[in-house]
Design a protein around this ligand. Structure first.
Ligand code: FAD
Length: 306
């Protein structure tokens, strides 16, 4: 119930506007979000990346946003990504860039998206880093994969995210493994129907994630295993040790404020923290809380400063 309520809240523009304008609610929600985001502004985010790198983890940074419906806004958001890449170069951070293609024009016109994504990928390549494309809901998978394949034909530093939940993903992986880009495996965060995806929290989803992760690690293809699920992580560590896969180009990746990346680093695995920043934190916060409604208790404690 709590998860459903949070998902509805996330999509409710009136509730969002109310909270953003309310003198009491806004600071409370901002304190809840602080655990999960790298800041509202680029300078704040750079501080977070400095701390993440100092802890021995690589980072990837996403300037939050999706579903941009106006071309001028898509170009303006692209400029912020370019400022981000420039800032990464200035201070020699160990960080890549991650983004939703719908943030920079995908649902306006694929050509706009290709132009904007190409500029960010080229800037990232100049500073020797990657641009990883996030995966959105299943109705967009084909569009995103087509955009990714086109970007790959022009840029060698672009990677993609795959959702283990989707029944189509094993077949998509066959195709993606023929391209050079890094593949990030996640469970999948969007509301999907049973004909396209395994239910959240199901045994089938865990088994599929495990199988795909093992396949990626053993393939020798650059990959990122992105989960906070402690049981899955235990099984994957056992798989890596038993199979002698330590030298493969894999890494474990987690979102800011979730999971135990430090334990993995201490046991010698490459680790990366996914840091988001920006002012679109409301939807992001609701999604993190909806995934695990028990996080509401922590959120309330954060809000009250307890
Ligand atoms: P969950 O299913 O959330 O948790 C599994 C189990 O672990 C649960 O039993 C839970 O109680 C337990 N658990 C969770 N956290 C903790 C903890 N901190 N301590 C102890 N136990 C815990 N989704 C997309 O759809 N598209 C994307 O492009 C995308 N990019 C992502 C990038 C990264 C780096 C990451 C980490 C996630 C991304 N996601 C993306 C989100 C992803 O799809 C999942 O929604 C999210 O990661 C939650 O799934 P999970 O695998 O972490 O495990």
């Amino acid at each position: 119930l709590a998860a459903d309520a949070l998902r509805h809240l996330a999509l409710d523009e009136r509730a969002k506007a109310h909270i953003e304008q309310d003198q009491v609610l806004r600071p409370l929600f901002e304190r809840m979000a602080a655990r999960y985001i790298g800041g509202a502004t680029l300078p704040e985010c750079l501080e977070r990346i400095t701390a993440v790198n100092a802890q021995g983890h690589a980072a990837t940074v996403d300037y939050m946003g999706e579903n941009t419906r106006d071309a001028a806004k898509a170009h303006a958001e692209t400029e912020e990504f370019l400022r981000l890449v420039q800032a990464l170069q200035g201070r020699q951070f160990n960080s890549s860039v991650s983004l939703d293609l719908s943030h920079i024009g995908l649902i306006i016109e694929p050509e706009i998206c290709h132009y904007n994504a190409g500029r960010i990928a080229a800037a990232a390549r100049e500073i020797g880093t990657e641009m990883i494309v996030s995966m959105e809901w299943s109705a967009r998978t084909d569009l995103i994969l087509a955009a990714y394949e086109r970007l790959c034909s022009e840029h060698s530093n672009v990677g993609i995210t795959c959702q283990a939940r989707l029944h189509r993903t094993p077949a998509d992986l066959d195709r993606l493994l023929t391209l050079p880009g890094k593949i990030r495996l996640v469970k999948g965060a969007y509301q999907e129907t049973a004909d396209v995806a395994y239910p959240r929290g199901s045994d089938e989803l865990r088994a599929t994630f495990l199988g795909l992760a093992c396949r990626l690690i053993a393939s020798g293809h650059p990959c990122s295993i992105a989960t906070h699920d402690p049981d899955l992580l235990d099984e994957l560590e056992t798989f890596i040790t038993a199979g002698g896969w330590r030298a493969q180009p894999y890494e474990f990746e987690m979102l800011t404020g979730l999971g135990n990346l430090e334990g993995l680093r201490q046991r010698g695995h490459p680790t990366r923290e996914y840091v988001v920043y920006g002012r679109e934190w409301f939807l992001y916060l609701c999604n993190r809380l909806a995934e695990e409604p028990e996080r509401l208790f922590t959120a309330v404690a954060d809000a009250l400063g307890a």
